[in-house]
Design a binder for this molecule. Structure first.
Ligand code: B12
Ligand code: SF4
Length: 598
């Protein structure tokens, strides 16, 4: 019997994500008679373990199979190199979106024997069978140091067994390490995406056709997840809601939730197509507390950028306004995210976009900016494309999950032919260190909203910004953030800031900015800009929970409000709640703000 070891590290503490790719690939291969007679899976590493522990636990391997993503490549590569040194005859087979799918990459990574691009089930099976005769000449779809052949990714998906239903994941749970408490998993009802956004791996031609899994199988998988008390289900479908059956899945999950009293979450990425179906499904998900927010990622609101990245957003901002109004009336918050900088972005247009978003009659409740991460196999990483749009990038350490300080290095876009490095920084500061903490994290939210019909929200913020540019602590803060950004992109200083005693936790810019503003009493500065609106500014100040219980009466526009919160948190727990967990909910707000009618 040949010993197989598998690695798919999820690096998503405190949870561990069940290894979906290893699960489907191994389950598919194990149906082959030659494979079940000649190979045995000894161990799958999917929990939060260090490379050192993993290396020690791999004994006499014949095959090492690794599932490689941006977030686990550094550690996985360390394991591969050491295992290959210790056991030179071990066949190292890897797949997943992180390696570049070409021979040059293989030559640069000599410890890897075979790279399988795109969907791995069929080719991995062919490789294991061929390995029995130690002859890979006839295997299609593999990349080695001296051969690259196209494989068949159009195999019959209905032959892929479910790792949830065939006992494979039961085996992993039975043998999980003691420290693994929260388990997440991936729900996959289909694969592929008809769109071709250039910044995304799934935009590749190979993934264009959507292939669906059997409906009953998907429903049974949901039942397994609920019964096994999975804390969060990450939905892999690139366009959830595109098929009518997606609503059926949600209905089924709601029934299961009630039946088993399950409290986990179901986290889809919705389809980039117009449709009442999507809104209906999103409402159901939120009403039934399967998720707390509805997200539509616009990625950009600049038509020139959208054209360059081959993306069309499903709704205009006017249509979005109606959707947000409707969702908000049902108590559902709506969020969006932008990716920046992208081809054709300019500073003027980007700031203009931020203003457009905040000046919508009903703005998004939550908002996030992601600096463009150049993913290995995306079109954005093609030399021709890079040249066409003058993209430059830098390697940043700790960017992927910056608050967990994992030392992973990512390629991040830092300028294009239409926006300089300095301008990119200015836009990052404006969005992440100013707009988000001030509006989306509540510091001047009521002020902006109350004044909006007469003075646009963006103008309120502009006035505050111009005033702060003469305030020493703000200038100091700007300087510190700028220095940190440039040190990260030029000198590989770990990206993210340490604000708690746990030095392995790196915090994002908006968290540091929000803290700095509250600690420096930004409210007294805002009062200097809008002295006639002191009551609204007081109201904002008192509506932000700072970790201690509050019970106060505050006046605004001649009306009285009872502001009440019984939460008393230690400072670090409070930071974690507000800035990490609270990114998509309203933890930053005081729990209860009620108008008092005398
Ligand atoms: C679920 C998911 C998550 C979940 C769970 C992640 C986890 N830790 O397991 C969450 C929400 C936490 C997440 C977060 C992030 N994600 Co994510 N995520 C996905 C998603 C939607 C599905 C992945 C999945 O499991 N699919 C099901 C499996 C079966 O398919 P697969 O992964 O494609 O695997 C197939 C092939 O790649 C290949 N294969 C894979 N492994 C192996 C191994 C061998 C040996 C072989 C032969 C073949 C092979 O065969 C498989 C089956 O055919 C994908 C997008 C997508 N639809 O694929 C993005 C994706 C994986 N995520 C991505 C990114 C960038 C992120 C973030 C970094 C985003 C961010 N900036 O914060 C974070 C990272 C956080 C982290 N530390 O985990 C990128 C990864 C790009 C890359 N080069 O690695 C993807 C591809 C999205 C994209 N648009 O490009 N993500
Ligand atoms: S970003 Fe979404 S819609 Fe665009 S190609 Fe990727 S998966 Fe498809």
């Amino acid at each position: 019997m040949k010993n197989v070891y598998a690695i798919q590290l999820s690096n998503w503490p405190p949870s561990c994500v069940l290894p979906q790719a290893i699960g489907t690939i191994w389950s598919y291969a194990y149906q082959h008679e030659d494979i079940c007679q000649n190979y045995q899976m000894k161990r799958v590493f999917w929990e939060n373990q260090t490379p050192e522990t993993i290396i020690n636990e791999i004994i006499d391997p014949d095959v090492l199979m690794c599932s490689c993503y941006t977030w686990n490549w550094a550690e996985t590569n360390q394991v591969i190199i050491e295992v290959k040194q210790k056991y030179p005859n071990c066949l190292v087979i890897i797949g997943g979106p992180e390696p570049k799918y070409n021979m040059q990459w293989m030559q640069e990574n000599p410890a890897v024997d075979i790279l399988i691009p795109y969907y791995g089930e069929q080719v991995f099976t062919d490789v294991l069978v061929a390995n029995l005769n130690n002859n890979f000449n006839d295997v299609n779809g593999i990349i080695t140091k001296d051969k690259q052949s196209t494989g068949n990714i159009n195999f019959d998906f209905s032959n892929i067994p479910s790792p949830y239903l065939n006992g494979f994941f039961d085996w992993l749970l039975k043998n999980k390490i003691q420290s693994t408490k929260q388990i997440r998993c991936v729900f996959e009802s289909n694969r592929g995406c008809p769109f071709s956004c250039t910044f995304c791996d799934i935009g590749a031609m190979a993934y264009q056709k959507i292939k669906r899994f059997d409906i009953q199988r998907c429903k049974d998988e949901l039942e397994w997840m609920v019964k096994n008390n999975i804390v969060a289900i990450d939905v892999a479908d690139a366009n959830f809601g595109i098929f009518d059956v997606d609503e059926e899945f949600v209905d089924h999950l709601i029934t299961l939730k009630k039946k088993y009293k399950w409290n986990g979450r179901f986290l889809p990425t919705f389809a980039k197509v117009k449709g009442d179906n999507i809104l209906k499904i999103a409402n159901k998900i939120i009403e039934n507390e399967l998720d707390s927010i509805f997200g539509i990622s616009l990625q950009s609101v600049n038509p020139n950028v959208l054209k360059a990245i081959k993306r069309k957003n499903p709704f205009t901002l006017d249509e979005m306004t109606n959707i947000i109004l409707d969702m908000n009336s049902k108590g559902t918050a709506v969020y969006t995210e932008l990716v920046f900088p992208l081809p054709n972005d300019t500073k003027k247009e980007f700031i203009n976009g931020l203003e457009k978003l905040i000046d919508m009659p009903q703005p998004f409740n939550k908002f996030q900016i992601n600096q463009t991460n150049i993913l290995t196999n995306s079109e954005l990483n093609d030399n021709e494309y890079i040249e066409k749009f003058g993209l430059t990038w830098k390697s940043i350490k700790g960017f992927t999950r910056h608050y967990y300080g994992n030392n992973i290095v990512d390629k991040v876009a830092t300028s294009t032919s239409t926006i300089s490095e300095d301008e990119v920084w200015d836009c990052i500061f404006m969005s992440k260190c100013f707009y988000i903490p001030l509006y989306y994290y509540g510091i001047a939210r009521t002020l902006c909203d109350d004044l909006h019909p007469t003075l646009k929200r963006s103008k309120v913020l502009e006035k505050i910004y111009n005033h702060l540019c003469n305030v020493p602590w703000f200038l100091e803060f700007y300087k510190k953030m700028r220095q940190h950004y440039f040190n990260s992109i030029n000198n590989r200083e770990h990206f993210g800031h340490i604000i708690t005693t746990d030095k392995s936790q790196y915090w994002p810019e908006y968290a540091v900015a929000h803290r700095t503003y509250i600690d420096n009493d930004i409210f007294s500065e805002i009062k200097k800009v809008f002295p006639q609106h002191t009551d609204i500014i007081n109201f904002d100040q008192n509506s932000i929970w700072t970790g201690n219980s509050i019970d106060r009466i505050v006046e605004k526009n001649n009306k009285k409000y009872h502001i009440l919160d019984d939460r008393n948190y230690d400072y670090e727990d409070y930071l974690m709640n507000v800035y990490i967990i609270g990114r998509f909910n309203d933890t930053y707000k005081v729990k209860q703000v009620k108008e008092i009618n005398d």
